[in-house]
Design a protein around this ligand. Structure first.
Ligand code: ATP
Ligand code: MG
Length: 319
């Protein structure tokens, strides 16, 4: 009986520099069958470079990658056969139709004509593009293009799927559809790494790695990450908000203030003193305080905190 590894993506100590830029600076990660790993972080963090190393589009300066149990350096063909990759700026062929694009990617992957036709039918149905077979790719909406891109990445039934900002610039309804598709892909035991700028998408992943400056600063389940700030985020509802924000920022225990809808989130060193002092400080300035209370931290709070710590450490030359 064939035994397949449960860990489908394993990266160990990956480094990649472009000149003096350490784009990927010691990244290790492992992703299991059926698991969605979210890679999030600011522009230039190294997310795309990491995916390109994992797919073998770039050669790492150091480190090793195994995909589906195959070493990417010494067993490159077997490793690559197992990977589907949707690049950040992937290109469909605009002057080919939907089904011709699928055929093209199927042929590139070495599928037989019969297999290509079977997979094209399945995938068109899967991504909801049945009925659009004959439409030219450059006439598709943005969301439909992303779905066709996903279908092309899945044409050879990879067990590992790497998606680089697959929902960038896509409307919320289509993003929701896209995630429903991913959930079905995961249900078949595929390991998925997805980069995203959207925290609501990151929260859907089983695990998240937060990247900055080429490193994965922290990694864990969304709930583990938010737990790090338990008791250290206060919600403030006060008018006028801008002045409330300025005054809150001056409290010695307030580390930073972010706007969340019509409320402010204060990240604090310790809550007790702020809860006592701030209402007085605000009302002394004629600011009406609707509420000030501890709230469950959101992923945004965690990422802002991490990024500030990272930037502070970088500025202090501790990197
Ligand atoms: N081919 C390249 N040549 C030179 N520098 C590069 C190259 N590719 C990436 N970089 C640099 O490496 C760093 C990481 O870039 P990367 O594209 O991996 O970031 P990212 O996290 O994907 O960012 P974004 O969120 O903007 O997509 C950046 O400083 C970038 O300018
Ligand atoms: Mg990128």
């Amino acid at each position: 009986m064939e035994t397949r590894p449960v860990v489908l993506i394993e990266a160990d100590g990956l480094y990649k520099a472009f000149g003096t830029t350490r784009a990927v600076d010691g990244v290790s990660l492992s992703v299991r069958a059926g698991e969605a790993f979210g890679l999030v972080g600011p522009d230039g963090a190294g997310k795309t470079t990491t995916l390109r190393l994992l797919v073998g589009a770039l050669r790492a300066d150091r480190g090793r990658v195994a995909v589906n149990g195959f070493d990417l350096a010494s067993q490159v063909d077997q490793a690559r056969t197992g990977i589907g990759y949707l690049a950040q700026r992937f290109s469909l062929y605009g002057d080919l139709t939907v089904v011709e694009n699928l055929r093209f990617f199927g042929q590139v992957r070495g599928l037989s004509d019969a297999a290509v036709e079977r997979r094209a039918r399945e995938l068109l149905d899967f991504v909801g593009l049945g009925g659009f077979e004959a439409r030219r790719a450059d006439r598709l909406s943005g969301g439909m293009k992303q779905k066709l891109g996903l279908a092309c990445a899945l044409i050879h039934e990879p067990r590992v799927l790497l998606l680089d900002e697959p929902t960038g610039g896509v409307d919320p309804v289509t993003r929701q559809d896209f995630w429903q598709l991913l959930i079905r892909v995961l249900g078949r035991g595929t390991a998925v790494i997805v980069t995203t700028p959207y925290m609501d998408e990151a929260a859907r992943c089983h695990r998240i790695g937060f990247m900055a400056g080429g490193r994965v600063l922290v990694e864990g389940a969304p709930r583990e990450l938010t737990h790090r700030l338990a008791g250290l985020v206060l919600e403030l509802g006060a008018e006028p908000r801008n002045r409330a924000r300025a005054i809150a920022s001056q409290d010695p225990d307030v580390l930073d203030v972010q706007t969340f809808g019509d409320r402010l989130h204060l990240r604090v060193r310790a809550a007790a003193g702020v809860l006592e002092r701030l209402p007085l400080a605000l009302s002394a300035q004629g600011i009406v305080v609707e509420r000030l209370r501890p709230v469950a931290p959101q992923l945004e709070d965690v990422f802002i905190a991490l990024l500030q710590e990272h930037n502070r450490a970088a500025e202090a030359g501790l990197q």
